[in-house]
Ligand binder design. Structure first.
Ligand code: NAP
Ligand code: ZN
Length: 389
């Protein structure tokens, strides 16, 4: 057995946790770059709570309220430049995975003058401290050392990338947020689709974490717990109320905690091939990140099951995963279908292009799929193939 476990984020979960624990925020610096999306942080009260906590601490702040879903390289360079120009010495991220990931990259760019061509893949040595307030329950970015971005430009950082936009990530222990403030009240008004899709993301982090070559004893333990928490909410997710506000606090809290715990899983294990494949749906169709994973999950798991059955030398992980999910694979796939509703369909041309692309996380998957197998999963998931049993 080998273990190398790091999780330096302090997690605070309680009602009004930002204000109640503002003293911890006070330790991060004098002036915050407060990074949010365009609207939600002002609507759900998280931005106002943050300002109240900062002001009570006597801390200054400057807002950056322009992060789009799936943030771009251009966006994070802009945020980093603002932090630098304003002399910010820490970053407060509020929102879903997009503002949290943008904030982490801005924290690096505020201190480092990195040419765009070197940004992805550079082992930077400094970053401003980050505190995160997740307002969706899915990405777990508040407990991961990753920032996932859409790279839109060429090496000069200005002209559009010749091959088109691509999702890329930076990862460093420096990107673990110092503090994660989990207050479920910000997610009370989340729509059915955002709630379900982000829950699918958290679920996929637990599943892919268990099916990663880097899974370890602790990450498996955390994956089981995150899946058990989500499993307890599946009935309500399948029968989502017409008014999102009527979903109980307990359910919102469970989903938020499950998401943070699943973040701790992928912080250790990374993700597996569905994440790389799903990025193509997001880039080409604008599919929500969690839904993209959900569209692929059943096909991926059925392929894993078939490979395990065909080759006894592959340690059987699917039965272990199913016991963690509390159901067999067919039942799980049925629930995913119910949550997904009508599936998107890809054209032959799209499939041919995607099937030929390298999938970075394939090598992190406990059974490494080849190009043809990846194509078969795409076929099954979005070409109406239904050929994996
Ligand atoms: P998101 O892109 O952050 O947000 C999706 C939508 O939800 C936005 O329109 C946002 O509005 C809205 N929203 C956020 N909080 C809300 C609330 N409390 N009430 C109502 N609306 C709210 O979506 P996400 O799924 O959380 O994040 C996806 C990103 O995270 C992707 O780029 C993905 O690659 C990345 N990701 C990162 C990691 C990691 O480890 N770093 C892991 C998984 C995924 P506003 O724009 O107005 O805020
Ligand atoms: Zn994800």
């Amino acid at each position: 057995m080998k273990l190398n476990y790091l999780m330096p984020t302090r997690i605070l979960l309680e009602e009004d946790c930002l204000y109640r624990n503002r003293i911890l925020l006070g330790e991060l610096g004098r002036k915050a770059l407060v990074v949010t999306g365009k609207n939600s942080a002002r609507v759900n009260g998280s931005y106002a709570d943050a300002v109240q906590a900062l002001e009570a601490n006597g801390q200054d702040h400057v807002p950056f309220q322009r992060v789009m879903s799936n943030p771009t390289d251009l966006c994070v360079y802009e945020a980093g430049a603002l932090a630098r120009a304003e002399g910010c010495d820490f970053v407060l991220a509020i929102g879903g995975g997009s503002p949290m990931d943008a904030a982490k990259a801005a924290a690096v760019l505020a201190l480092n003058d990195i040419p765009k061509e070197e940004f992805f893949g550079l082992a930077f040595k400094t970053a401003l401290p980050v505190a995160a307030v997740p307002t969706t329950a899915g990405t777990g970015s508040e407990t991961t050392p990753y920032s996932v971005l859409v790279d839109t430009t060429g090496p000069d950082g200005k002209t559009p990338r010749r091959e088109g936009p691509v999702k890329r990530s930076v990862g460093s222990p420096l990107l673990f947020p110092r503090l994660a403030f989990l207050d479920p009240k910000y997610s009370f008004g989340l729509s059915r689709d955002i709630t379900v899709h982000t829950a699918m993301d958290a679920l996929s982090h637990g599943i892919e974490g268990m099916l990663s070559i880097r899974a370890n004893h602790v990450s498996d333990l955390l994956a089981r717990e995150s899946m058990a928490l989500i499993q307890g909410c599946l009935d309500l997710l399948c029968n989502f109320p017409s008014d999102p506000w009527t979903l109980s606090r307990e359910v919102r809290e469970k989903l938020l905690l499950a998401s943070s715990i699943a973040g701790m899983v992928i912080a250790q294990s990374g993700t597996a091939v569905p994440h790389s494949m799903g990025y193509l749906f997001t880039l080409n169709w604008g599919t929500d990140h969690g839904r993209a994973n959900g569209l692929l999950m059943g096909s991926f798991l059925k392929w894993c099951r078939a490979r395990e059955a065909a080759d006894p030398s592959i340690g059987p992980r699917i039965p272990v995963l199913c016991s963690a999910l509390g159901m067999d694979l067919d039942r799980f796939c049925g629930i995913m279908e119910q949550l997904l509703g009508k599936r998107e369909k890809a054209t032959e041309r799209e499939l041919a292009a995607w099937g030929a692309m390298p999938m970075k996380n394939a090598a992190n998957t406990y059974i490494k799929p080849g190009q043809e197998e990846i194509m078969a999963m795409f076929q099954d998931a979005v070409a109406g193939g239904n050929n994996l049993r």
